[in-house]
Design a protein around this ligand. Structure first.
Ligand SMILES: [Zn+2]
Length: 78
């Protein structure tokens, strides 16, 4: 299991992700490079801009990664 996800040709360590946008970026500026992309905010005020597929992959990777950190609770009682 990888702790990286790929966004905008960069391998991002999942533990550096602070939050993931649920709606695409829109600011109305003509020269905006991030228009229609989803912001993935990293530690230290950095951000990367993900296409919708990359955003979904990042969310799935986060789910798997966080799930892997949890200690098993209910399974071993039965
Ligand atoms: Zn913008």
């Amino acid at each position: 299991m990888s702790i990286f996800c790929t966004v905008d040709d960069k391998h991002i360590p999942l533990y550096r992700i602070m939050w993931v946008a649920s709606v695409p970026h829109f600011c109305g500026e003509e020269d905006c490079m991030a228009e229609g992309k989803y912001e993935i905010r990293l530690e230290q005020g950095e951000a990367v801009w993900a296409k919708v597929e990359e955003r979904d992959e990042a969310l799935e990777a986060l789910d798997r990664w966080q799930g892997g950190l949890e200690t098993p609770g209910e399974d071993w009682e039965a």
